[in-house]
Design a protein around this ligand. Structure first.
Ligand code: FAD
Ligand code: UDP
Length: 373
């Protein structure tokens, strides 16, 4: 079989490139995914009672980029959401991420932004350029709040101490001295109105795009002749683990359904210090579905083993060093684009992956236009 573009992976990276290259360049695209569905980790599907679940953990779309929002907006309408979460510890709910309401809960009385700023200034352990996830939090809020909300959650999530992880991991979580209690800070926060899978179906619905599911690149690579390859799977797997295995973190999801409209007060409750799971998500709060029943998903972090699901690359110095060896091999493959979270070993959000794919599209367009001229 001959195609212009062979695309490995039908997640955001693969779907954006298939859509752009088919619709803008008229290239014949074959998209493979070894899973039995499109959408990658953002795949959603209704459960037995019709609740649209995020199958691989909650996916809260957010972005500051009009270009990315407008691009995806061609394939979906949006359902605006202010993502709200709580943290459960010491036998009660806490406002999270840390904001003025959390500070008031801690004091047990009303306070002000000025008092909170003054107090945090006393609690902080100054660190001009935090090198890891412990330093980034302790330098913002001090050790008491770090121990309450971050230390054990992070150990549970990553199987490593925050001091062993890049500052960007816990640094993702905002700390605010006002009453803004949204989990995320980006200007645009919304879910695709009919869900992610419906959006992906529209992106991939094109006469020049063929999708093969349950199709592993390792079995297909010798059956297809391609002019360019887009690879969005694990970069170490592509190179047969020649420098050794990159570390990843995996997850196990446990669902529970209830004959009542809602069971928890908000979309997500984090459990930093109790239980083996990190969070319980009741996604119905965010999707806005009106149904008399509900379903929650508990998320248990798990070690990654070959053949399992690699949900997270691990943002830590030794892993990055090993990745840089694979990155050098990838760089030398002129006819292959390595795009997305697993292929570039980066803890990217969905919008960042879309942005990366749109940039890669320009490179592929330049390559094909120079070949045809
Ligand atoms: P993926 O979605 O992983 O797609 C890669 C695809 O390639 C997979 O479907 C895989 O099956 C396929 N593949 C791999 N190897 C092969 C092979 N050899 N042959 C065939 N197919 C192959 N982002 C946000 O913006 N907001 C969030 O709230 C958010 N929450 C998240 C929660 C969890 C639990 C996780 C794990 C991620 C979350 N993300 C979130 C990140 C988001 O999932 C990613 O940014 C995005 O899905 C990356 O898209 P991708 O195309 O790079 O990779
Ligand atoms: N985190 C934490 N406590 C929390 C929430 C997050 O320590 O209550 C840390 C943890 O290390 C986590 C990181 O912050 O992995 C990023 O959190 P986020 O909710 O963005 O993680 P994701 O949704 O990507 O799993």
């Amino acid at each position: 079989m001959k195609v212009d573009l062979l695309i490995v992976g039908a997640g955001f990276a693969g779907a954006v490139l298939a859509e752009r290259c088919a619709s803008q360049l008229g290239l014949e695209c074959l998209v493979l995914d070894r899973r039995h569905h499109i959408g990658g980790n953002s795949y959603d599907a209704p459960d037995e009672s019709g609740i649209l679940l995020h199958v691989y953990g909650p996916h809260y779309f957010r972005s500051n980029s009009p270009k990315i929002i407008d691009y995806l907006g061609q394939f979906t309408e949006w359902h605006p959401v202010e993502y709200k979460i709580l943290s459960w510890t010491d036998g009660r709910y806490w406002q999270f991420p840390i904001n003025l309401n959390t500070f008031e809960q801690l004091l047990g009385r009303a306070s002000t932004s000025e008092e909170m700023e003054r107090t945090l200034a006393e609690w902080r352990e100054p660190c001009p350029s935090p090198r890891n996830s412990e330093e980034v939090i302790v330098s913002q809020v001090g050790r008491q709040l770090y121990d309450k909300f971050f230390r054990n959650y992070t150990r549970k999530q990553w199987g490593r101490d925050p001091a062993e992880l890049d500052a960007s991991v816990c640094g993702r979580i905002p700390v605010r001295t006002n009453r803004d209690d949204r989990y995320l800070s980006e200007s645009f926060q919304a879910l695709p109105k009919q869900g992610y899978t419906a959006m992906f179906e529209r992106m991939l619905h094109h006469q020049k795009i063929r999708v093969e599911l349950g199709a592993d690149f390792r079995q297909w690579r010798d059956k297809v002749e391609w002019r360019h390859l887009v690879y969005t799977g694990m970069v170490d797997e592509y190179f047969d683990h020649c420098y050794g295995d990159l570390p990843y973190r995996s997850l196990r999801f446990e669902r529970e359904s209830f004959q009542q409209e809602f069971v928890q007060p908000v979309m997500q409750v984090n459990y930093p210090n109790d239980h083996d799971y990190t969070r319980i998500v009741e996604i119905k709060h965010a999707t806005g579905q009106k149904l008399p029943t509900t379903t929650t998903v508990r998320e248990y972090p798990a070690p990654y083993e070959r053949g399992g699901e690699a949900y997270y690359p691990i943002p830590a110095p030794a892993a990055q060093e090993l990745y840089s060896k694979y990155a050098a091999l990838a760089e030398a493959c002129g006819d292959v684009s390595f795009v997305g979270r697993l292929a570039t070993y980066r803890y990217y959000n969905m919008d960042q992956v879309v942005g990366m794919a749109l940039v890669e599209f320009e490179k592929i367009a330049a390559k094909f236009s120079s070949k045809s001229s």
